[in-house]
Design a protein around this ligand. Structure first.
Ligand SMILES: Cc1cc2nc3c(=O)[nH]c(=O)nc-3n(C[C@H](O)[C@H](O)[C@H](O)COP(=O)(O)O)c2cc1C
Length: 241
């Protein structure tokens, strides 16, 4: 049996053995915040209502891999990030989001490589969930490097921006042990689908990308690949033609 089959089997729940909490996992903060010396960029307030009707968006969504040269607005990027992980309810204990997450543990972090975004210098940014703002991780033109890391898929270089999700698995493993990995990938799917639908609503196109050299993407984001590792990308831009 190979590792994927083994994983699926070993993480099954059975009636006669109740799932145990993984007490030895590190307690992690519920979301990531960079030190204060990293520049912050305030995003415009997102629309919390409106947009195109849901069923229209479902009908029109298609993976788009060719984009125009024009920039997208910062408001559009903010709207997409809000759709991906924006806060919709603060109970004091949890920051509930636009997407479901097993146990409300939110093991994902969202980054964006800004390539052509009006009013935003080219660079890599982290989405700061509670403040709905961006933190600059590093500035510069990393489109070619991310394209190279994504097996040379040219849409990354053409795109206005590419969202990158990482996971901090320990957040979910404390409760779900190894089964957490199943849930984390589901969380990523929920976020990416919201992004795909939000993009259509804004007149943009997107394409999910899972084919990439993991450590090359981690190196771009400054992640160690262990405590935090990149798992999924979505290119977003103005569709060509
Ligand atoms: C998990 C996942 C990974 C994907 N990775 C890639 C990718 O690396 N490159 C790519 O061009 N498309 C990728 N796609 C897009 C699929 O090829 C696309 O969704 C599929 O062909 C169906 O077309 P549609 O999205 O237009 O309906 C991925 C989609 C998913 C859900």
């Amino acid at each position: 049996m190979r590792i994927g089959d083994e994983f699926q089997n070993q993480t099954k729940y059975f009636r006669d053995s109740s799932p145990a909490m993984a007490a030895n996992e590190k307690v992690m903060p519920p979301y990531k915040e960079y030190p204060a010396d990293h520049p912050r960029i305030t995003l415009p307030e997102p629309m919390r209502e409106g947009g195109k009707p849901l069923f229209t968006l479902c009908s029109k969504r298609r993976s788009v891999r060719r984009y125009q040269q024009e920039e997208v607005t910062l408001a559009s990027l903010g709207q997409i990030l809000w759709a991906a992980q924006g806060v919709t309810l603060n109970t004091g204990r949890h920051l509930f989001r636009t997407v479901p997450s097993a146990g409300a543990l939110y093991p994902l972090e969202t980054y964006v490589l800004a390539n052509k975004v009006d009013g935003l210098a080219k660079g890599i940014y982290h989405y700061e969930v509670p403040g709905h703002r961006l933190t600059e991780v590093t500035s510069g033109d990393f489109g070619p490097a991310l394209t190279h890391a994504a097996l040379g898929q040219k849409m990354v270089q053409q795109a206005s921006c590419t969202l990158i999700w990482s996971m901090i698995a320990a957040r979910a493993k404390r409760k779900y042990s190894q089964r957490a990995y199943r849930y984390i990938y589901m969380d990523a799917g929920h976020s990416a689908q919201n992004v795909a639908l939000a993009a259509v609503s804004l007149g943009l196109g997107s394409c999910q990308i899972a084919a990439f050299f993991d450590q090359e993407v981690n190196d771009l984001l400054g992640l160690d690949g262990q405590d935090e590792t990149a798992i999924y990308l979505t290119a977003v831009g103005i569709p060509a033609g």
